[in-house]
Design a protein around this ligand. Structure first.
Ligand SMILES: *[C@@H]1O[C@H](CO)[C@@H](O)[C@H](O)[C@H]1NC(C)=O
Ligand SMILES: *[C@@H]1O[C@H](CO)[C@@H](O)[C@H](O)[C@H]1NC(C)=O
Ligand SMILES: *[C@@H]1O[C@H](CO)[C@@H](O)[C@H](O)[C@H]1NC(C)=O
Ligand SMILES: *[C@@H]1O[C@H](CO)[C@@H](O)[C@H](O)[C@H]1NC(C)=O
Length: 475
């Protein structure tokens, strides 16, 4: 009997040690390392001062008219043609004075600043002639609204270095209703334009602007590096289709901070290409910092990772995030066929009010570019950390559903308090095909986050050891 008691306490002790190791050891050490690395890379971030261009001109010098009716597309083009000569001579700034400037899509140049006066408004044209059509993005293989090409974004830039789009909180109004109606009535020949898209570029700053009513996504840096997005106010009706706020896509070294976003889709959606197209391009989004973001998005997420993540997403740090009346706080979306990975995601200090789910993960998002996706391209979701989170008026704490046979692993939650709504679901957690640990989480998390599988394994192992031990003892 005595031996049995000793065995019992031994088993209990080993349980506790294993759990402590899982919670306090491996995971958190990794977390601290991550944040140290990050702060080093932050201190080496450097951007050219926005006022530091050798040459400056006003849109009106090139025939710009701010009456809200005259098209300024040609004035912008003339300005860029003239100012591009200064790119090797200290760079240039184009100033947009107070007024309403109707314009179609235009292309930026390198070593350049576009500066909007606080009462300057760029109004996006609704004349399709004003929007050139581009080829689909290589990592997507097709347009999102239609199989073929896509309209160039209102402000477009490709193969650039050192570009600043800023102002004294001036406004860019996408007048998106025209496009949303076409989208709903399925009358789009090409994919809707974004408001700002920068491709194959480096050293880009988009800051201190108000973006209204984008036809589709608002800010889309893709295949680029060293991006700073700062101080943006982004507003679109909460029912408008696909009006994502900021979508870093196959980009390295991105910082998004001090933004306020109300939108009809995800406030920040991290992406890296779609199915076989994203896999073959293989360009991840990595070294991403999101901080001091306030989001209102009743039908989507504050921060989404995916669903197009086929090039991989890694090393994401988010902190001081506020979500109000938003469907979910952080959402990882993927599907069989995506391939790629989402790993080393670290979120801390998030506050949520009135949510459907604080956290979601879905492994069955579907939505394929075409039927050519690899049926065995399983995404790897690993190392997802959430801590210091407080939420109230939440319908369900979390819905975490991985892929059968390919579970999402290393999910770690600590110090998470979810206050449920009066009309909350009876089951606050729904978990399947995930593995992880939770510590200091209320309401009590699902079994899969409670060292459950590990404990079963440890128990079986100990039982075998105990049997052998007893057998030897009584021989
Ligand atoms: C821009 O850069 C990409 C990638 O380096 C290259 O494939 C493309 O041809 C370039 N486009 C232009 C217009 O120079
Ligand atoms: C910028 O303008 C928007 C819309 O008017 C406003 O809500 C926001 O507070 C302004 N931002 C700053 C920093 O002044
Ligand atoms: C809680 O959420 C519901 C919607 O789910 C909303 O109607 C209600 O106003 C919220 N209550 C508070 C106190 O925010
Ligand atoms: C838990 O999270 C809350 C909210 O972010 C924070 O105020 C508190 O300090 C955290 N507690 C610990 C022990 O880290």
């Amino acid at each position: 009997m005595k031996t049995l008691q000793v065995m019992r306490s031994l088993i209990l002790l080993i349980h506790v040690v294993v759990c402590l190791l899982l919670i306090g050891g491996g995971d958190s050490r990794k977390v601290f390392k991550l944040s140290e690395e990050k702060s080093e890379s932050e201190s080496t971030f450097e951007y050219n001062a926005i006022s530091c261009r050798a040459h400056s001109a006003s849109l009106t010098d090139f025939g710009g008219v701010g009456d809200g009716k005259t098209s300024n597309t040609k004035a912008f083009q003339a300005a860029f043609n003239h100012l591009s000569q200064y790119s090797t001579q200290g760079g240039a700034q184009l100033y947009v004075p107070a007024g309403k400037y109707l314009t179609g899509s235009f292309n930026l140049i390198s070593h350049f600043t576009l500066y909007l006066h606080k009462e300057a408004v760029l109004l996006a044209s609704q004349d399709p002639q004003e929007w050139p059509v581009l080829k689909p993005l290589p990592s997507y293989g097709r347009g999102r609204d239609a199989p073929g090409g896509r309209y160039a974004s209102l402000i477009f830039g490709t193969n650039l270095t050192d570009v600043v789009i800023t102002g004294d909180n001036g406004t860019i109004d996408g007048q998106g209703e025209f496009w949303w109606n076409k989208f709903h009535s399925k009358k789009l020949q090409y994919t809707r334009p974004y408001l700002i898209e920068i491709m194959f570029s480096t050293n880009v700053q988009i800051s201190h602007l108000t973006l209204l009513n984008s036809p589709s996504w608002n800010v889309h840096p893709i295949y680029s590096s060293n991006i700073l997005v700062q101080g943006l106010t982004i507003i679109a009706p909460v029912r408008s289709p696909n009006t994502d706020g900021i979508n870093p896509d196959s980009c390295t070294n991105v910082k998004i901070e001090d933004c306020y976003i109300v939108s009809g889709d995800d406030c920040v959606a991290v992406k890296s290409g779609w199915d076989q197209y994203g896999v073959s391009l293989g360009m991840p989004t990595k070294q991403l910092v999101i901080r001091r973001l306030t989001c209102v998005s009743p039908y989507s997420a504050a921060i989404a990772l995916g669903s197009e993540m086929s090039g991989g997403i890694e090393d994401v740090r988010a902190e001081d995030i506020v979500a109000i009346d938003t469907e979910s706080g952080v959402r990882i979306k993927t599907a069989v066929g995506r391939g790629g990975y989402v790993r080393d995601v670290y979120l801390r200090r998030m506050e949520m009010h009135t949510m459907k789910w604080a956290f979601t993960m879905s492994g069955d998002y579907g939505s394929h570019a075409d039927d050519g996706y690899h049926k065995k391209a399983f995404p790897e979701i690993k190392g997802i950390h959430y801590r210091d989170v407080v939420a109230d008026n939440v319908t369900m704490a979390a819905k975490l559903e991985g892929i059968a046979g390919h579970p999402f692993t290393g999910i770690c939650m600590s110090n998470v308090t979810v206050g449920l709504a009066a009309k909350a679901k009876k089951q606050p957690w729904s978990c399947a095909d995930i593995e992880g640990v939770a510590s200091g989480v209320t309401p009590t998390p699902c079994d899969l986050l409670q060292c459950y599988t590990v404990m079963i394994r440890v128990r079986v192992m100990l039982l075998v050891v105990a049997v052998i031990f007893l057998w030897m003892l009584y021989q």
